[in-house]
Design a binder for this molecule. Structure first.
Ligand code: ATP
Length: 369
């Protein structure tokens, strides 16, 4: 079998949506969990909805003078309060102001299309150049019809709102979006070296210097998100992109959720190999599911395979719940110590993200990053 076929097969196994639905149907067969049902609604009934209204996205644009690409905003604020303040990721510029600012809405004509960077479930991603300024970014192109057909308007809207509200060096920035009759275009920060997943498949396992550097950055990004009461819920190497100088960017906020502290959630999500015991057991959960996933990621970086991988998903789930964690002998004792502290069965016993950043495995390797 060729390497490409191997990579595709491995990737298919890890496909979040398929796994979620598979696990969900396993679950529904014996538990009928109400909170999980929304992830199984594929494909949807709706096809001729007013797509913009149904996505909750505005046609209006706003500008930010510091960015060469006009900042585009969503019309609706998220109906959540964080620490007593209303969470409003992006403001809408009233039409009257736009007239005064003479803002011209962006369109595809403003960009020169470059290399295709990849293809996701709901679109293709290209490297593009903003013609007027030469600004390079990644453009995700999605068919409106597919968004509505697969009933992912809500997920898409939340992804846009959350991603545009985040500003951290290790999170892929969303600069803005625009649309035409058929498609929606998202403009994002471009990561030149692609997915960590592909790097692992071609060059893994990574040595402690690279692995600890990547784990530090993802921990810092998650810490930033959790401080804003946002849980990522889909941390895995496919969702970590690599930029220049080994800077990594956590990406794909399709399963991210705003979850005020103290409020536990129940929706099932994530990729099987990265699911925490509380998710598998359908227990209420909080941001500690990301801490668990960080432990799985650290293990995968230093061994090239997730810690509980088995031939069937059922067996994988059983090993996760049992906490059957074993290390190959080449994994350093410091790495083992951190991973063990991240992969504690009881979520409250897991190491905090702040302590992750001060763990000896990271501190000792830091001078070599
Ligand atoms: N900002 C970016 N910079 C560089 N490459 C990117 C960027 N965003 C996406 N890509 C590449 O494009 C591919 C497709 O990305 P996309 O976000 O559409 O889908 P995905 O993450 O594979 O999966 P999903 O459909 O589950 O969201 C990715 O696998 C990645 O290689």
């Amino acid at each position: 079998m060729s390497n490409a076929v191997n990579v595709d097969a491995a990737k298919a196994r890890r496909d979040s949506l398929l796994q979620r639905n598979m696990l969900l149907s396993m679950r529904l067969n014996h538990s009928g969990n109400k909170d999980a049902t929304h992830v199984s609604r594929l494909p949807a009934e709706k096809t001729n909805t007013n797509w913009r209204a149904s996505l909750g996205l505005s046609r209006r644009l706003s500008t930010k003078s510091t960015s060469p690409v006009a900042k585009v905003t969503t019309s609706s604020s998220v109906n959540n309060k964080i620490n007593g303040k209303r969470y409003s990721p992006a403001r809408t510029v009233p039409p009257s102001h736009q007239a005064k600012l003479n803002v011209k809405p962006m369109s595809l004509d403003d960009f020169e299309l470059g290399k295709k960077l990849g293809k996701g479930k709901f679109g293709r991603v290209y490297c593009v150049k903003h013609k007027k300024t030469g600004f390079i970014c990644a453009m995700k192109v999605m068919e409106k019809q597919e968004i509505v057909q697969y009933n992912v308007q809500k997920q898409f809207r939340r992804e846009v709102e959350i991603q545009s509200s985040l500003n951290h060096q290790n999170l892929t920035k969303l600069y803005g979006y625009f649309h035409d009759e058929k498609r929606v275009y998202l403009l994002m920060e471009y990561s030149v070296n692609g997915e960590l997943y592909k790097l692992l498949r071609s060059r893994g396992p990574l040595n402690d210097i690279y692995a600890s550097h990547y784990i530090y950055q993802v921990a810092d990004a998650l810490d930033y998100m959790h401080q804003r009461n946002i849980i990522h819920r889909d941390v895995k190497p496919e969702n970590v992109l690599i930029g220049f100088d080994n800077t990594v960017k956590l990406t794909d906020f399709g399963w991210s959720i705003i979850s005020p502290r103290g409020v536990k959630r129940k929706t099932l999500c994530g990729t099987i190999d990265y699911l925490s015991p509380e998710l598998i057991n359908l227990k209420p959960y909080d941001d500690k599911v990301d801490v668990w996933a960080l432990g799985v990621l650290a293990y995968e970086l230093v061994t090239n395979a997730p810690p509980f991988e088995e031939d069937t998903k059922d067996l994988t789930c059983k090993r996760i719940v049992k906490g059957d964690l074993r290390f190959p002998s080449h994994v350093s004792s410091d790495a083992q110590d951190l991973i063990t502290q991240l992969l504690r069965h009881n979520s409250q016993d897991r190491i905090s993200l702040r302590d992750v950043k001060n763990h000896p495995w990271l501190v000792k390797n830091k001078p070599f990053w």
